[in-house]
Design a protein around this ligand. Structure first.
Ligand code: PLP
Length: 362
């Protein structure tokens, strides 16, 4: 049976939702997938077998139970969470970002973030009916401190998001500028969320400084670490704040499979640390290769991606895809990203092929 006219029930779906585009996942079949900051390495075969046995023995007939608390403790130890802090789990950081918007949904509330930035900050605000305030970065993708401070004073946002490092620009912002923003946001009674999705590849973390403030939350995820398929994000902060946000969490949001995979990965953290080290070495090699390509501009990266500007991003993207390499064309995401592509760091072999495809497509 086919329905030729939309059912009347569609009229009950929010108009703003009906005019939205669904989040598009690029078709990557048959391509070298370097578009989504995934870790290119899988578990070694012996660990795959051991994990399979562990997962097979789980009580799938039961709702998630005590193991969730084990995972919270293991993540807190892994991250070096400060005293007096608590940790909550999300089905990816994406879920935590949605819950934060829900938690702060007071009349007139706003969420503020630098742009270009991670799309979920704006999307969570829009879906919750909150204002989103985007403050442009400078042309070199640094924080525009004066503009940030002015926007905080003017808008008094409930939340300021700072991705550290930022996506898609891959850089770590100036720490003195971050401190000024954190102080200004605290002075007007707002929250700051430091998003450290790319922490495994970065030279610095905010974890050592987070306990100095009572209004800063630190968010991390196992996605870029190497478990993008597992969906596991976590939010750390002063226990009283986390307790409130945690009330909004669907009670069984972390499946027993996600939970056990994450525990298994933390037991073998050294394997993932070696993968991250390989990715950082490959990132350095990619920079050397990119420096040899005429007309390609790069910016510093502390993440598993490199932002590049090419003479014609559409042409380069299409040319690379024709040569079997899928990257992300971010050139239409924000005016500051004109003619920019975002390259995820892959394995040595993938990177060699990516460089060759880019060179041939310029
Ligand atoms: C990839 C990414 C995330 C991770 O989201 P998950 O839902 O945990 O996969 C969070 N923040 C930023 C800035 C990212 O780039």
């Amino acid at each position: 049976m086919t329905l030729s006219t939309p059912p009347a029930a569609l009229g009950r779906i929010r108009a703003d939702v009906q005019s939205m585009h669904a989040y598009a996942v690029q078709d990557s079949r048959g391509l070298i997938k370097l578009d989504a900051m995934e870790n290119p390495h899988r578990l070694p075969p012996a660990l795959q077998a051991a994990l399979g046995e562990r997962l097979g023995a789980l009580a799938l007939n039961r709702y998630p139970g005590d193991r969730t608390a084990d995972l919270q403790r293991a993540l807190a130890a892994h991250a070096g969470m400060p005293e007096g802090f608590a940790l909550m789990l999300g089905n990816g950081s994406d879920e935590l970002i949605s819950l934060l918007a829900m938690a702060c949904d007071l009349p007139g509330a706003a969420i503020l973030a630098p742009l270009p930035g991670f799309v979920m900050y704006a999307m969570s605000a829009q879906l919750q009916g909150l204002r989103f305030v985007g403050v442009p970065l400078t042309a070199d993708f640094e924080l525009d401190l004066d503009a940030m401070l002015a926007a905080i004073e003017r808008e008094r946002p409930a939340i300021v998001y700072l991705a550290y490092p930022n996506n898609p620009t891959a850089n770590l912002w100036d720490d003195a500028a971050i401190e000024r923003i954190v102080e200004a946001q605290g002075a007007q009674g707002g929250l700051v969320v430091i998003d450290e999705a790319y922490q495994p590849f970065a030279g610095r973390s905010y974890i050592d400084r987070v306990a100095r403030h009572g209004h800063v939350l630190l968010m991390r995820t196992l996605s870029k670490f190497g478990l993008a398929g597992v969906r596991l994000g976590y939010l750390m902060g002063p226990a009283a704040l986390i307790a409130e946000v945690d009330k909004l969490r669907p009670p069984y949001n972390i499946s027993v499979l996600n939970c056990e995979c994450a525990l298994f990965a933390l037991e073998h953290a050294e394997v993932f640390a070696e993968q991250a080290a390989d990715i950082r070495r490959e990132r350095a090699r990619l920079f050397e290769g990119l420096a040899r390509l005429p007309g390609v501009k790069t910016w510093p990266s502390e993440a598993n991606m490199i932002l590049v500007r090419v003479p014609d991003a559409g042409r380069a993207f299409d040319g690379m895809r024709e040569r079997g390499v899928l990257v992300k064309n971010v050139s239409k995401m924000h005016p500051l990203l004109a003619n920019c592509l975002r390259l995820t760091v892959g394995t040595a072999d993938e990177n060699t092929r990516m460089l060759a495809a880019l060179e041939a497509s310029l």
